[in-house]
Design a protein around this ligand. Structure first.
Ligand code: CA
Length: 368
C-alpha cells in the first residue's frame, strides 16, 4: 500500500550518491531532488452532505484545512458538497474510479456494493461512539474495513461520529407496533431492513431531500441525525413528534475514503498527515455534537413547541427482535458480513459488560 516510501528512499539515495561522487551538473541534481521534496498535490474531496452543512459537513472542511496547513500547502484539498461534482450517493464510485481522490460519507450508503459496509456505520442496538472508536482503532475493526474496501481500490478512515442519534420525526404518534405498518419513513442502512420486517416502507433519500419530502407528505416520517442537525434542516416545521432514541444509529461513524492509487502516490509524510487529520476530525465531530445537541434540543422544545416522545417498550422489543432476524439473514447471505459482524458483536459483548458496571452505573447514579 505504501509503495511510494520505497521509491522515495531510492530517489533520496540516488541523490546522495550523485552528491558524494562529486557530480557537478546542477540541472541534473535539481531534477532529481525537486520532484521528491517539493511536489505538490491538488485533490478534490466529494461529500454526501450539502455544502457547509453543520456537523457532518464541517468534518471534511476541517479535514481539508488541517491537511492544507500541516502540509505547508504541498497537499491541498478542495471540498465539494453533494451535487457539485457528483450526487451524494455516488461518492463511493467517484473515489473508487479516481474521478476524485477522496470522499466523505456514511458507509451504510454502500450496502448495495458491500453489505458489510453497514456495520462500519453501526448496527441497530449496537455500540456507542466511544465503543465504536475502541473497536476500530484498538480492536481490529479498521483492518477489517480496509479488507472490505480493498477490492474497490479504496482506503477507508473513520471520519467522525454523531453520537447516539434520534429515532426521528413523525407526523403521527407511534403508540404500538401496528402504527409502523405502512409507515413511509426515510431510514438508511440496517435500520431500514428492520422497519421493513415490521411492515414499514423504508425510503432512501439524501439529507437535502428530507425537508420537502416530509413537508409534502411524500413520506410520513424521517430520521436524520439529532437535534443539532435536525434543527438546521427545519424538520420541526414538517412534523410535530420527535422520537428518542436512535435505536438504529447508536454511534454513527462517518468515513473518509481515499483512492488507493492517489494515496500511494503521496510521499509518506503526506500520507501520515491525511491519516492524522482524519483521526482528529473523527474525534472533533463527536466533540461538537456532544457540545451542541442538547442546546439545540432545548430550543426545539422551548421555542418551537416540539413534542418529545420515547418509543413504547413493546415497539422497542419488536424492533430488537426484528433486528436479530435481519442480522442473521444478512450473515447467511454474505460471508464478509458474517465475518465482520462476528468481530463487531464479540467486541460489543465484551465491552458491554464493563460499561454496564461503569458508564451505565454513572448514568443511573446521576439521575438519583
Ligand atoms: Ca441518521
Amino acid at each position: 500500500m505504501f509503495k511510494f516510501k520505497a521509491l522515495f528512499t531510492a530517489a533520496v539515495s540516488s541523490v546522495l550518491l550523485i552528491a558524494c561522487s562529486g557530480e557537478s551538473n546542477d540541472t541534473a541534481k535539481n531534477d532529481a531532488t525537486q520532484p521528491a521534496v517539493q511536489q505538490t498535490f491538488e485533490w478534490k474531496l466529494v461529500t454526501s452532505w450539502p455544502k457547509n452543512f453543520p456537523g457532518l459537513g464541517k468534518g471534511p472542511e476541517t479535514f481539508a484545512e488541517m491537511v492544507n496547513e500541516m502540509s505547508g500547502g504541498r497537499l491541498t484539498i478542495k471540498v465539494h458538497g453533494a451535487g457539485e461534482i457528483v450526487p451524494g450517493f455516488e461518492v463511493f464510485d467517484a473515489v473508487s474510479q479516481g474521478t476524485v481522490q477522496m470522499g466523505h460519507s456514511g458507509p451504510y450508503y454502500w450496502k448495495g456494493k458491500a453489505a458489510a459496509a453497514q456495520i462500519f456505520t453501526g448496527v441497530p442496538f449496537g455500540m456507542n461512539a466511544q465503543e465504536m472508536n475502541g473497536w476500530l482503532h484498538y480492536g481490529g475493526g479498521l483492518e477489517l474495513w480496509r479488507e472490505l474496501y480493498q477490492p474497490f481500490g479504496l482506503i477507508p478512515f473513520a471520519g467522525g461520529n454523531t453520537g447516539t442519534q434520534m429515532a426521528g420525526w413523525f407526523k403521527k404518534e407511534i403508540n404500538s407496533v401496528e402504527d409502523l405498518k405502512g409507515l413511509k419513513m426515510r431510514i438508511p442502512g440496517l435500520g431500514a431492513e428492520v422497519l421493513k420486517k415490521l411492515g414499514g416502507v423504508p425510503v432512501s433519500l439524501t439529507g437535502g431531500e428530507l425537508f420537502t419530502s416530509l413537508q409534502t407528505g411524500a413520506i410520513d416520517a424521517t430520521e436524520w441525525v439529532g437535534p443539532y442537525n435536525d434543527l438546521a434542516f427545519g424538520l420541526h416545521k414538517a412534523a410535530e413528534y420527535y422520537y428518542a432514541f436512535g435505536w438504529h444509529e447508536t454511534g454513527t461513524t462517518l468515513e473518509f475514503i481515499a483512492n488507493e492509487t492517489a494515496f500511494n502516490e503521496l510521499p509518506s509524510d503526506l500520507q501520515k498527515i491525511v491519516e492524522v487529520a482524519a483521526r482528529a476530525v473523527n474525534q472533533d465531530m463527536l466533540d461538537e455534537y456532544t457540545a451542541r445537541n442538547n442546546a439545540a434540543m432545548q430550543k426545539l422544545l422551548n421555542e418551537h413547541g416540539v413534542q418529545l416522545r420515547q418509543l413504547p417498550d413493546d415497539v422497542i422489543a419488536a424492533l430488537r427482535s426484528a433486528n436479530e432476524e435481519v442480522l442473521k439473514e444478512q450473515a447467511e447471505k454474505d460471508a464478509m458480513f458474517a465475518k465482520i459482524y462476528q468481530e463487531y458483536k464479540s467486541f460489543q459483548e465484551n465491552i458491554a459488560s464493563f460499561h454496564e458496571i461503569t458508564e451505565a452505573q454513572l448514568y443511573r447514579s446521576r439521575q438519583q
